[in-house]
Structures are given as structure tokens and as C-alpha cells.
Design a binder for this molecule. Structure first.
Ligand code: HEM
Length: 245
């Protein structure tokens, strides 16, 4: 199979899994957790999973692989750098809004901040992502950055990019687990215990599986060297070959 065909099949799988993650997290929050509002109540909390999954997982994952889409190779790299940085900025803003939702909800109900393992891993993920975005802007996007800085930053940028993806998947599944343990405690609010595996728990567990699958597909795309945007000389060669076949 030609690399571009196998890439597009994997990319479609990545898009479908991303859409399913969005659909499942939205459905869980609205159908089982009562929907959304911004008033410090439990309904405000519901923005947290939705914004984190949309921003730090689905949008982040797709923004990370834009350079791999073969049709972008014929266009100027600088344009796609701007698209990559713009999508990443949007992902960062959605994640910060998602954090505001949960911090504000905790403040309103006097729940302590940052006590759980989920919150520690989560906050490190967002801090690392912010550092990555600022360094990427300064070192790889701005034309005035010195070549030595650009060269030494590139491998670090690639490594941190994958690390943020892994941490984001970890934060999402630990958050789902914590939410289910906190809400499905079977203590008189009409909810069945998590251990009896009610439909909500099955649904949210399945969301966790979709999130892991999405992360693995994005990681797979990022790890495959044949799907990397070729250097200029290589690119001309590939385009000529594709036109001749
Ligand atoms: C990349 C994704 C995520 C990140 C970075 C993240 C980050 C955080 C942070 C920093 C807190 C602490 C807020 C505070 O102390 O006031 C928190 C709380 C919480 N998050 Fe997430 N979260 C993510 C996804 C999710 C998801 C998908 C869920 C699923 C429902 C979730 C459920 C919770 C729950 C239940 C809390 C409150 C309890 C606690 O503080 O641990 N999170 N999250």
C-alpha cells in the first residue's frame, strides 16, 4: 500500500475516534450528569471533562499530526506552522477554560484544590503544554530565533509533544475514574455503586477506552518515520514519483 493511502486510512480512524470521544463525553455530562451551566454548581463541573477532552486531547492530537497530511507537503511549511501553532493555541485556551471550570467549582463548594493524583498529573500536563507552546513560538515560529536555538529545540519539541499526549490521556482516564468513584458511591442519592457496573459506568469506561485508542493512533502516526513531512529535495522526488504512477 502506498504510504499516502495507509496514512489517510489511519488519519480517518483518528478523526472518527476523536469525534466519538467528543460525542461520548458530551453525552455522559448531559445525559447522566445533568447538563451544563456556569454558576459554581455541579453543572459547572461538567464543562471540565468536555473542555479537557476537546482541547487537550482531540484538538491537541489533531494539531500534532497536521504536518503528516501529505497534501500539505506541496504547500509552504510556514503556512502549516501557523496552522499548527494556531490550533495548539486554541487547544491551550480550551484547556485553561476547562481548568477554570473545575477550580471555580471547588472554590464555590469549599473543596480543597489539587489534592488528588489526577489533579497533580493534570496540572503538570497543562504547565508542560504551556511551556511547549511558548518555546515553540519563540524558537520555531518567530523568524528572528537564532539557528542554533532552533536546531537544539527541535528534538526537545518533538519529545515534549509526545509526552504531553501521553500525559493528557493519563489525565483523562484518571479523571473519568475519579469522577465515577466520587459520583457512583451508592450513598442514598439514587445512584447505584460503581462496583455494580451501572449503565453510566459502562458508558464512561468505554469513553476511557476510546480515549486510549485515540491516543495510541495519534502516537502511531507521530512515530512512523515514512509519514514525516519530507525535506525539500525528498519532497520534489516523492511528488515526481506520485505523478508518474
Ligand atoms: C487532560 C485532561 C485533564 C486535565 C489536565 C485535568 C486537570 C484537573 C485539575 C488540575 C484538577 C484540580 C482542580 C482543583 O484542584 O481545583 C481536576 C479536577 C478534577 N477533574 Fe480533571 N482534568 C482532565 C480531565 C478530566 C476528565 C476527562 C475528567 C472526567 C470526568 C476529570 C475529572 C475531574 C474531577 C472529578 C476533578 C475533581 C477532583 C479532583 O480535584 O481531582 N478530569 N482536573
Amino acid at each position: 500500500m502506498r504510504p499516502s493511502v495507509s496514512f489517510y486510512l489511519t488519519f480517518v480512524l483518528c478523526l472518527c475516534l476523536g469525534l466519538l470521544c467528543l460525542l461520548f463525553v458530551g453525552c455522559w455530562s448531559s445525559h447522566w450528569r445533568g447538563g451544563f451551566s456556569w454558576d459554581g454548581s455541579a453543572l459547572q463541573f461538567n464543562w471540565h471533562p468536555v473542555l479537557m477532552v476537546s482541547g487537550l486531547l482531540v484538538l491537541y492530537g489533531n494539531a500534532a499530526v497536521v504536518y503528516r497530511v501529505p497534501f500539505t507537503w506541496e504547500q509552504r511549511k510556514h503556512v502549516w506552522k501557523l496552522v499548527h501553532a494556531g490550533l495548539m493555541l486554541l487547544a491551550l485556551l480550551l484547556s485553561v477554560l476547562g481548568l477554570c471550570a473545575v477550580f471555580d467549582f471547588h472554590r464555590g463548594l469549599n473543596i480543597p484544590h489539587l489534592y488528588s493524583l489526577h489533579s497533580w498529573v493534570g496540572i503538570c500536563t497543562v504547565v508542560l503544554f504551556t511551556v511547549q507552546w511558548v518555546l515553540g513560538l519563540a524558537g520555531l515560529l518567530l523568524p528572528c530565533s537564532p539557528p542554533w536555538f532552533r536546531r537544539s529545540l527541535k528534538p526537545l519539541h518533538v519529545w515534549i509533544g509526545k509526552a504531553v499526549l501521553i500525559l493528557s490521556v493519563t489525565s483523562c482516564i484518571s479523571g473519568i475514574n475519579e469522577k465515577l468513584l466520587l459520583s457512583l458511591n451508592g450513598s442514598g442519592n439514587g445512584s447505584e455503586p460503581y462496583s455494580s457496573l451501572p449503565v453510566e459506568a459502562k458508558f464512561a469506561n468505554f469513553l476511557g477506552i476510546l480515549i486510549v485508542a485515540f491516543g495510541l493512533v495519534v502516537f502511531g502516526i507521530l512515530s512512523k518515520s515514512e509519514w514525516q513531512r519530507p525535506q525539500t529535495d525528498e519532497r520534489v522526488h516523492i511528488l515526481l514519483n506520485e505523478n508518474n504512477t
